[in-house]
Design a protein around this ligand. Structure first.
Ligand code: URP
Ligand code: ZN
Ligand code: ZN
Length: 460
């Protein structure tokens, strides 16, 4: 099967030009003006923007967490991602403390294999680093194509590792050619504040926010960056939200430490005032919590300065019924919010259309950098000859409103209900096949492929 996309404005990190794209099978075989080729299918992209498929390297699908499971499966989550212009996601396998990495991987594979609609890969979350785990790192990198190892510096008793484990993991991962990533918040300080607020009878969602002040993230980000510098391990901070944590990354870069970072769409455009509406605030109970307006400005600056390389989602949806588990106690509200379908369009609308980032920067942080950092480039993350034909045809003039009534995520509310969005995903190709055509998904469960990743090359 061959496809010719004609006359679109093709945007990559370093290009912005009107061109045709010729696709044979799963990959791009030519790019140029007025290509003189015959294709099985022609798509007229005149007036449209043509982007590389989005990559969201931070999602949680069917994840067991806080006594329940995140509500999107690999089927519903990756399909919703495709509707929103994201063709590849990276999910987190969570080691159960006392068990092996391999056991956890088998468990995650049982939920993902044959189920995903779009392409996916895995990070491995190491929650119990010991001699047995250490021996498995090489196998993950060499055999499984899992080259990034996530740590939690919070959620004590279930997921959190201490600094001794962190240093041990960093040393081994560096040796094997991988990267360590972190949920960088100070778990002990958070636990202290949660206990204090509960003891004082302060139980509404607002106290989730007040239990994780900026210092909890700034301190842990700085500690993580220092340990990465000390061990020389490539490092990446997930879901960075605030000025204090960003300054830790800036300091590390002054010392030539290899620390990269992602923020998420919600931290760029939503703020903590949403916690003021009693239990309604549970929709945005996530960790770290939403921050202040001044932090939004810092994050946009961080993107433009190159300190934040990626905009992800930390997509971790829960039905309202699940959120109600914490109606009398904020500490029992399952943490997370839905955004896998909204990230790409919101980032274009709030970032590019409002003049906060350039269109090339958009491609960089929504797709290319994640592919480079996580060892999928140039197969994923760009439009070039030989790359997978993961392509988004985007109408910059179409305006629409976000609503739970029309979204495709398996969750019964939207954190962005009623938001006006400028620009809309029109057609999405995944490995050369039209996956999304307007309101229709043309590919089915099992279409998504697991993407093995290469060793980490270091700072991009
Ligand atoms: O609130 C969040 N972020 N839920 C998912 C787990 C995590 O910390 O990433
Ligand atoms: Zn996290
Ligand atoms: Zn997460």
């Amino acid at each position: 099967m061959s496809v010719l996309i004609k006359n679109g404005r093709v945007i990559t990190v370093d290009n912005d030009t009107i061109a045709d794209i010729f696709i044979e099978g799963e990959t791009v075989s030519a790019i140029g003006k007025n290509l003189n080729v015959k294709a099985d299918k022609e798509i007229d992209a005149k007036g449209m923007l043509v982007f590389p498929g989005g990559i969201d390297p931070h999602v949680h699908l069917s994840m067991p967490f806080m006594g329940t499971f995140s509500s999107d499966t690999y089927e519903t989550g990756t399909r919703a991602a495709l509707f929103g212009g994201t063709t590849t996601v990276i999910d987190f396998v969570l080691q159960t403390q006392g068990h092996s990495l391999k056991d956890a991987l088998t468990d995650w594979q049982s939920r993902a294999t044959g189920t995903a609609v779009g392409d996916y890969s895995f990070h491995m979350a190491v929650t119990d680093f010991n001699d047995n785990t250490k021996a498995e790192i090489q196998q993950m990198v060499e055999d499984e194509g899992i080259t990034s190892f996530k740590t939690f510096m919070a959620y004590k008793g279930a997921l959190m590792v201490d600094d001794r484990q962190m240093v041990g993991l960093m040393s081994e991962v560096k040796k094997q050619g991988g990267m360590v990533t972190a949920h960088a918040t100070n778990g002990d300080l958070i636990d202290y504040l949660v206990a204090k607020h509960r003891a004082e009878g302060k139980l509404s969602p607002l106290y989730h926010f007040l239990s994780q002040p900026e210092v909890t993230e700034a301190e842990a980000s700085n500690r993580f960056a220092q340990l990465a510098g000390y061990t020389g391990c490539p490092a990446y901070i997930v879901h960075l939200t605030c000025e204090g944590a960003l300054n830790a990354v800036r300091d590390a870069s002054k010392r030539n430490h290899n620390v990269m970072a992602e923020t998420c769409i919600q931290y760029l455009i939503l703020d903590a005032s949403l916690y003021e509406n009693d239990f309604e605030g549970a929709k945005w109970v996530m960790s770290p919590p939403l921050r202040l307006k001044k932090d939004q400005d810092s994050l946009w600056n961080g993107i433009n300065q190159g300190h934040l390389q990626v905009v992800a989602t930390d997509h971790c949806p829960f039905m309202w019924e699940q959120k109600l588990m914490g109606k009398d106690d904020f500490s029992k509200i399952p943490n997370g919010h839905p955004a896998i379908e909204n990230r790409f369009e919101l980032l274009y609308s709030e970032g590019v259309a409002k003049g906060k980032i350039s269109i090339n920067k958009f491609v960089e942080v929504a797709s290319t950098n994640a592919a480079k950092i996580f060892g999928m480039f140039p197969r994923k993350g760009t439009i070039s000859v030989g790359s997978d034909a993961d392509i988004v045809i985007f109408d910059p003039n179409a305006k629409h409103k976000i609503s739970a009534e029309t979204h495709h995520m398996n969750v019964d509310y939207s954190g962005y209900e009623g938001w006006e969005v400028e620009g809309k995903v029109k057609t999405v190709l995944l490995r050369g096949t039209v996956a999304i055509d307007g309101e229709e998904c043309k590919v089915v469960k099992g279409n998504g492929q697991f993407i093995k990743r290469k060793k980490v090359t270091g700072f991009i």
